[in-house]
Ligand binder design. Structure first.
Ligand SMILES: NC(=O)c1ccc[n+]([C@@H]2O[C@H](COP(=O)([O-])OP(=O)(O)OC[C@H]3O[C@@H](n4cnc5c(N)ncnc54)[C@H](OP(=O)(O)O)[C@@H]3O)[C@@H](O)[C@H]2O)c1
Length: 379
């Protein structure tokens, strides 16, 4: 504990130093962005992006060439407590594009609806140069989730029409089923998306949180481009359960919550206060104060590992994901330019085999406290 506390204090000092420079950087980036807020696509085409690497999700005519790190836009409207000013979020999305990121993630469920509208507005000036991903599969009433799944073909079609309008576009590059619906055969879901692809409304098909059987059934009807599921150092089951299926079928993998909802960055701790009206973390066992304290040894490890190499804990966590397989593309969410830049820098970090082993060896000694899902949702 003595050692853990010491590292933690060191880490917090580094974090403060980092945050201090991060805030300055963020302010600078924001100011730059605010100055050029009225975008002109001709300007954007001539802009030099970073040398962010690209990866391929899926294969053949259903493959997508995406930046090695994408942007999860959910937190700009939903589930991450503080909703920043709209112009700030638009600025973050546009800056991500400027920096070479071309892979943007949203869903009907985020808000609901408002996140798609925000993303649609932000990407408008460069829509044709980026890949836009959204999801269907839940039911809503009075702007609230009913808790019911709905992948009925008629419902999928209705959601796609509405998403296209909200996103202000005529095609969705990657359409995911948000959760497998036990009441609708996967063949029907995949068949509906196949028809939507034929009609030109959708380009590629994805599944979120699907198990191997569902993936195989879907892929047999319509080639799946990507599986999006929770994967991070804190939630590693897909490495053995899903990545082998992806590898066999030539499907990409998109880890969501790659920073374990900020935990792996050290940005939240057991004293963090959330807005219970707009955050799912207070409902999840892993974010309860005792679990955070018990799991803090992982943040200390990442801080120590990163300190020796000039990386932040978040960058180490993302680099570990990128080191898993060349078809893995994480989509960290952020509302802050400084965090965006920090996350994008990790897109080009390559940990050596021995560094990855060091992380895996450490993780194999840790028992993670608190399940990733609320007890009521564990199936
Ligand atoms: N398919 C699904 O069912 C599903 C479920 C959940 C999420 N998603 C997708 O995955 C995306 C990301 O997931 P997520 O937001 O749950 O988790 P995440 O990316 O693991 O974590 C996001 C949190 O980390 C913070 N953060 C990001 N970069 C940071 C950095 N460099 N340093 C410190 N803090 C940092 C963000 O706060 P700041 O804003 O302060 O940076 C935010 O609170 C979502 O936007 C969404 O598109 C999909």
């Amino acid at each position: 504990m003595e050692k853990g506390n010491k590292i933690r204090i060191m880490h917090n000092q580094n974090r403060r130093h980092f945050l201090k420079s991060g805030t300055t950087l963020g302010a600078t980036l924001f100011a730059t962005s605010a100055l050029s807020f009225s975008y002109d696509t001709r300007d954007l085409k001539s802009k030099k992006s970073t040398d962010l690497e690209y990866r391929t999700l899926g294969k053949g005519s259903h493959s997508m060439k995406v930046s090695s790190v994408g942007l999860g836009c959910m937190g700009m409207s939903y589930h991450r407590s503080f909703i920043p000013d709209r112009s700030n979020s638009i600025s973050v999305i546009r800056k991500a594009y400027d920096m070479g990121l071309n892979f943007f993630d949203t869903a009907e469920a985020y808000g609901p609806y408002t996140n798609e509208v925000l993303v649609g507005e932000a990407i408008k000036p460069f829509r044709k140069n980026i890949l836009l991903c959204t999801k269907f599969g839940f039911e809503f009433q009075n702007n609230k989730m009913t808790g019911r799944l709905n992948s009925d073909p008629k419902h999928i079609r209705k959601v796609v029409e509405e998403s296209l309008k909200r996103l202000n576009t005529d095609v969705i590059d990657l359409l995911y089923q948000h959760r497998v619906d036990p009441n609708v055969p996967m063949e029907d879901v995949a068949g509906t998306v196949k028809d939507l692809i034929r009609e030109g409304k959708v380009k590629n098909f994805g599944l979120s949180e699907a198990g191997p059987n569902s993936i195989r059934k879907a892929h047999a009807v319509q080639p799946v481009t990507a599986i999006q599921s929770e994967l991070s150092l804190m939630s590693r089951d897909p490495v053995s359960e899903i990545l082998p299926v992806c590898e066999e079928l030539g499907i990409g993998f998109v880890p969501y919550s790659p920073l374990s909802r900020a935990f792996l960055s050290g940005f939240i701790n057991e004293r963090t206060k959330y807005n219970p009206e707009n955050d799912n973390r207070p409902t999840l066992p892993r974010y309860q104060p005792d679990a955070i304290k018990a799991n803090w040894t992982i943040v200390n490890f990442l801080a120590d590992f990163g300190n020796q190499r000039g990386y932040t804990p978040a960058q180490v966590a993302l680099a570990w994901l990128l080191g898993l397989k060349p078809y893995v593309v994480p989509i960290p969410g952020t509302t802050k330019l400084a965090h965006l830049q920090e996350n994008l820098w990790s897109g080009n970090l390559r940990l050596s085999t021995s560094e990855l082993k060091e992380i895996n060896d450490f993780m194999s000694t840790v028992t993670i406290v608190g399940s990733r899902l609320a007890a009521s949702r564990v199936r």
